[in-house]
Design a protein around this ligand. Sequence first.
Ligand code: GLY
Length: 597
Amino acid sequence: MTILRQSFLLTSLLSIALASYAAPDPQKTATTPAPAAATANTVTATAEPIIDYRERFIPVVARHGMVVGPEQLAAEVGTQMLRQGGNAVDAAVATGFALAVTYPRAGNLGGGGFMLIHLADDDRQTLIDYRESAPAAATRDMFLNAQGELDQQREYFSLQSAGVPGTVGGLLYALDKYGTLSREQVLAPAIELAKKGFPVSFALSFEIAASAERLRQNPAAKQLFFKADGTAYEIGDTWRQPDLAWTLGQISERGADGFYRGEVAQRISAEMAAGEGLITAQDLADYRVVERQPVRGTYRGFEVVSTPPPSSGGIHILQILNVLEGYDLQAMGHNSAEYLHHLTESMKLAYADRSLYLADPDFVDVPVAKLIDKGYATRQRARIDSKQATPSVDIAPGRPLGNESTETTHYSVADRFGNVVSNTYTLNFSFGSHIAVPGTGMLLNNEMADFAASPGNANAFGLVQGEANKIEPGKRPLSSMSPTIVMRDGKPWLATGSPGGSVIITTVLQMALNAMEFDMNVSTAAAEPRIHHQWMPDVLRMEEGFSPDTVRLLQAMGQPVEIAGRTSGRTNSIMLEDGWLYGASDTRRPGGWVAGY
Ligand code: GLY
């Protein structure tokens, strides 16, 4: 944060921001001892947080702990763990399980994701890959019909759409290895929310209504999301999920075995066997979480730590930053046509690489070091014409990337010990395959659609992918999920991430750039309009909010502008400065929440 922003303290505004959050329960914090090892790292704060009164978007401020996520109840469950003495991992795991109850469009037990953790005591970051994997019976052409054409219904909305779920394994792995609370403690709030129910919010009612037609087609999903008479729950109605409470109870009692073996696994495999699903009891028992090294790079003195393959996100964020580092972006001006042109051209180069090289690193040799090398960026930068857009077809042979969902969800967590978690997980589409497993209260993902079902052809979102991401048994589909932590002076400074499929990468990129390069506070960085270009299709998608003059200048440079009828991503971020936590939940969607204390 610059001296400019530091010089504008607004204590009264701070009081308002703090007042909107429940005061810490002194009894709880006093009587629950913090984990001994973590206490040594407890961050000391400057006297006052920094709020710049001239900014139009002001973050929420907290001192001890914070969870920023897509839904209020689950974010509060996370801070409840922090108040009980838990660390950021405990809070992240509890939030993840709670979102499976309160945010069913993307929160999940039946999906997968990536958790990036900064461990204060060890002063290191680690990445937990709990991405779904293809069942043993999966085959390269399983979604092609007899004519060799893609059967999109089967790819997106059938039992075959589902990869072996990783979420339960991933959350429990994180808890066992890096958490401090018991499994029963972190699962208790989710079980209670499912059992006792909670009032349906506007956001939840809206989201279910948007997917109602397809959810009603699956009997178990219909039973889960609608009243006994088939009508929708109204805003304010209490929604109970007894089957989901039972599943969560199995996990609480038996750990990963409660999901991957035993009765829950039996219900999943029975449903698969009764239809044309591929996941067997053996696939579930064989599922493995993988702990990986994050990818990391530098940008003008910041260190950017992000998600490695099987996500493409971290690599491409670093690639684009490497190219942009060679330009004087501040001289161009934030969101000027010149800036957006260079951003666009850098995005195109990275996404062209995505189609060729990126896939599950346990199956394909992904040249990570070469792709994020600064020398490679210098050569790529030389290909950019500063005055004229280069058509995508001239960048690389046409291999558009596949169809990626705009759903998924992200939340960020910080605790008073200096630990930070950035977690993105998903069912792929909103409500995944829209198929629930009877007796579990749980939706199945449709993550198999993130493979190149028809290598060489564009998927529904226009992304072209090559053979590297073809379907193979046990393989993880290529993702764009990009939970990211930006480090400043060796300490976590910004935790961020977003839903949005291929848009995740450009969303997180612009969030980080706005903060690092343009010194925006976390709320302003989230609010600024964003662009997206993914090389193929050759379209520059711009959110509403750019000046018509800027748009005209971009068009004059040959940029194929399309003013998107939709927004780009939805960040949930925390900035950590001088011992204070600044949170911002993107205003692009309803229901987001910053819970801090
Ligand atoms: N399914 C969205 C992603 O993995 O990026």
